[in-house]
Write a protein that binds this ligand. Structure first.
Ligand SMILES: C[S@@+](CC[C@H](N)C(=O)[O-])C[C@H]1O[C@@H](n2cnc3c(N)ncnc32)[C@H](O)[C@@H]1O
Length: 317
C-alpha cells in the first residue's frame, strides 16, 4: 500500500506524546532535531507548539509520508534522509552550522507500525514477504543475506546477543542445515521452519526473538544508537535536551549506562586514592528512572507497553 494514502493513526501512533512535550518544551524560536521522523507525529506536535524542526529518517517512505503531512508548517519544517548515527554530518551538509546551537534532540528508536505491518518490508513473522528488514532499503545487507550467508557461529551470536534466544545454538544449526538444500527467501518460510522444532513459549510465536535479533543486526541498531549518544552533545546548546525512547532492554540498558556515566562529575575506582574528574561529564540527568507509558496510553496503544523515555540536559558551562 502507498503510505501517502494512510490515515495518520494507521501509519503510526506516537508514544509518550505528553511526556515528550513536557520534557522537550518546544516553543517559538526553538530549534529541534527529530532523528526518527517516522510518520511525523512527535514532530507535528512540536511544530504546533511553535518550534522549528528538522526531521531525519532513513526510510524513504516515512520521509515522503511525513513531508506531505507537515507541508502546512512551511519552512519551520524540513527533512533529510539519513541515519541518525551521522547526525552531525547530516546537519553540517545542510549548511545549518548549528553545532552547539540545538535546543533539543529526540529519537524514538525502532520501526514504525507501518513498517512492521507492511508485509513487503519483511519485518513481520506473521505476514508473508521478502526477508528484508532494512529500514533504509537502498543500502546494506538484508535479513535473507544474513540468514543464507552468515557463518553458523555468527547467527548463534546474533540470536543470543540481540534476541536473548535461549535456543539460539539449535536454531542456527538447523538454519545452516536447511539452507544447504534450499535458501530462505520469505518471512513465513523462516518463521514456519522455526516453529517446526521450537515450541511456542506462552503467547509469543517461536520465531519472535529470532526476528527481533535479525532486525537489530540488519540495521545495526545498537551501533547506531551508540554513535548518536556519543555525538549528540556536540550539537546541543548548553541547557539543550536529549530525549531517547527505546523499546527493548538492550537499548534501554545502553542509554541508561551512557546517561549515568555522562552525568557524573567524578569517577572512582578501587585502585585510585581519590575520585578523578570525569572527562566525559557533559550532561545533567533529568529522568532518574525511565519514564513509562500510563495505563491509559497502554490501553489505547499496545505498542507503548514497552516504551521507555530517558532525558538528559547539556551542562551549562
Ligand atoms: C518508532 S518510528 C518513529 C515514529 C515517530 N516518532 C512518529 O511520531 O511518527 C521510528 C522511525 O525511525 C526510523 N529510524 C529508526 N532508526 C533510524 C536511524 N538509525 N536513523 C534514521 N531513522 C531511523 C524508522 O525508519 C522509523 O520511520
Amino acid at each position: 500500500m502507498n503510505p501517502d494514502q494512510l490515515l495518520t493513526q494507521d501509519y503510526h501512533i506516537p508514544v509518550l506524546m505528553e511526556e515528550v512535550l513536557a520534557y522537550m518544551e518546544p516553543s517559538e524560536g526553538k530549534y529541534i532535531i527529530d532523528g526518527t521522523l517516522g510518520g511525523g507525529g512527535h514532530t507535528e506536535a512540536m511544530l504546533k507548539a511553535g518550534a522549528t524542526v528538522l526531521g531525519i529518517d532513513q526510510d524513504d517512505q516515512a520521509l515522503s509520508y511525513a513531508a506531505e503531512r507537515l507541508v502546512g508548517f512551511g519552512d519551520r519544517f524540513s527533512s533529510q534522509k539519513g541515519n541518525f548515527s551521522q547526525m552531525p554530518e547530516l546537519v553540517q551538509s545542510l549548511g545549518y552550522g548549528c553545532e552547539g546551537k540545538v535546543d533539543g534532540i529526540l529519537v524514538d528508536i525502532g520501526v514504525s507500525s507501518w513498517q512492521l505491518d507492511e508485509a513487503e518490508r519483511g519485518f513481520s513473522f506473521g505476514k508473508d514477504g521478502p526477508l528484508d528488514m532494512r529500514m533504509d532499503q537502498s543500502d546494506g545487507q538484508t535479513a535473507a543475506d544474513l540468514i543464507n550467508g552468515a557463518a553458523e557461529e555468527e547467527l548463534r551470536t546474533i540470536f543470543w546477543e540481540y534476541g536473548e534466544e535461549k535456543s539460539g545454538r539449535k536454531i542456527a544449526a538447523r538454519i545452516v542445515e536447511r539452507r544447504q538444500e534450499k535458501e530462505f527467501v520469505t518471512t513465513l518460510d523462516l518463521a514456519d521452519f522455526i516453529s517446526t522444532f521450537i515450541p511456542r513459549g506462552g503467547k509469543s510465536h517461536p520465531a519472535t526473538r529470532v526476528f527481533q535479533a535479525l532486525r537489530i543486526a540488519v540495521n545495526d541498531e545498537l551501533g547506531v544508537l551508540r554513535a548518536l549518544l556519543e555525538s549528540a552533545a556536540g550539537l546541543l546548546k548548553p541547557g539543550g535536551r536529549l530525549l531517547v525512547i527505546t523499546f527493548h532492554s538492550l537499548e534501554d540498558r545502553m542509554v541508561k549506562q551512557f546517561f549515568k556515566h555522562a552525568s557524573q562529575t567524578h569517577i572512582d575506582r578501587k585502585e585510585w586514592p581519590e575520585p578523578r574528574p570525569n572527562p566525559d561529564y557533559e550532561y545533567k540527568l533529568i529522568t532518574r528512572k525511565a519514564v513509562a507509558a500510563s495505563k491509559e496510553e497502554i490501553q489505547t496503544n499496545k505498542r507503548s507497553r514497552s516504551a521507555k523515555l530517558r532525558v538528559v540536559e547539556k551542562n551549562l558551562n
